[in-house]
Design a protein around this ligand. Structure first.
Ligand code: NAD
Length: 273
């Protein structure tokens, strides 16, 4: 999907070195963001989860001129230690980080939140989807000697009840709160920390949510613009936040969802009044 997009070219990221975490395939949001950053001259290392994904991710990395591809499981301290040591050795420092990682057990992404949420599943979702950003921010900021910028990916299910999103909605709420606390701590170092709240998009993660396709259809139907969230829009927002264009913006959650988040009533009900 993102490999078919002609992202605007330029020099907004020229001279900047960064880390992109979370490319699994050509539909991944991280891949779209990386495509836009590459088109603006960024030098990148990517981390990916587990050897099984390497075969799929390596050609995508090579296609964008990414030289450093590093395995990293964010739930494993040893894996994080090794990955960040390699990032320090290969890149020498960091200017930006894209955290585009989340996980919850499929059984928890359907039906009743109260009935289906287990202690183990809740903690897994929190660990992978929220705590990992705190850990990444700590490790990455140690490599940012001239300021920097971090972004994470979130969804409206943190603010509103979205059927089946359940545990992930609670984890996203934690991620967004963590974004603000991290932004406060790292602000004095000139490091900005923001989150993009994207509308539903057709990726591997969405396929894990019961009724995921319905989330896209409803996102479009109830959005102000009556259209799907575009990869170009999400990647463009990432470029703004990670480049010097985003100067002075920190601790923010920016919605890129064609105006889905701010609608209070469906069009049908408005028209039928
Ligand atoms: P994706 O499946 O392509 O990406 C999710 C990534 O998380 C994968 O690369 C996966 O390998 C990685 N991951 C999972 N567990 C990990 C672990 N333990 N260690 C390291 N990596 C791990 O799907 P996506 O939709 O591109 O998701 C990226 C981000 O965007 C997620 O945070 C997701 O919640 C968020 N998001 C997605 C949508 C959507 O509709 N697709 C909307 C808003 C926000």
């Amino acid at each position: 999907m993102a490999d078919e997009i002609a992202f605007p070219k330029g020099d907004l990221m020229r001279g900047k070195k960064g880390l992109v975490m979370g490319v699994a395939n050509h539909n991944s949001i991280a891949y779209g963001i990386a495509g836009q950053l590459a088109a603006q001259g960024a030098e990148m290392a990517w981390t990916y989860m587990g050897e099984a994904l390497e075969r799929r991710v390596r050609p995508l990395a090579e296609g964008l001129g990414v030289k450093h591809l590093i395995a990293c499981d964010v739930t494993d301290d040893a894996s994080m230690d090794t990955a960040f040591a390699e990032i320090a050795a290969k890149l020498g420092g960091l200017d930006f980080v894209v955290h585009s990682i989340a996980f919850a057990n499929k059984d928890e992404l359907k039906g009743s939140f109260v009935e289906n949420t287990t202690r183990e599943g809740f903690l897994t979702a929190m660990n992978v989807s929220a705590f990992s950003f705190v850990d990444v921010a700590k490790r990455a900021s140690a490599l940012m000697n001239n300021g920097g910028a971090l972004i994470s990916m979130t969804y409206l299910g943190s603010e509103r009840v979205i059927p089946n999103y359940n545990t992930m909605g609670v984890a996203k709420a934690a991620l967004e709160a963590a974004t603000r606390y991290i932004a406060r701590d790292l602000g004095p170092k000139g490091i900005r920390v923001n989150a993009i709240s994207a509308g539903a998009m057709r990726t591997l993660s969405l396929a894990g949510i019961s009724g995921g396709r319905g989330m896209i259809a409803q996102g479009r139907a109830f959005s102000a613009m009556k259209e799907d969230t575009s990869m170009e829009g999400v990647a463009g927002c990432a470029l703004w936040l990670l480049s010097d264009l985003g100067r002075s913006t920190t601790g923010e959650v920016v919605h890129v969802d064609a105006g889905f988040h701010m609608m209070g009533m469906s069009a049908d009900e408005e028209e039928g009044a």
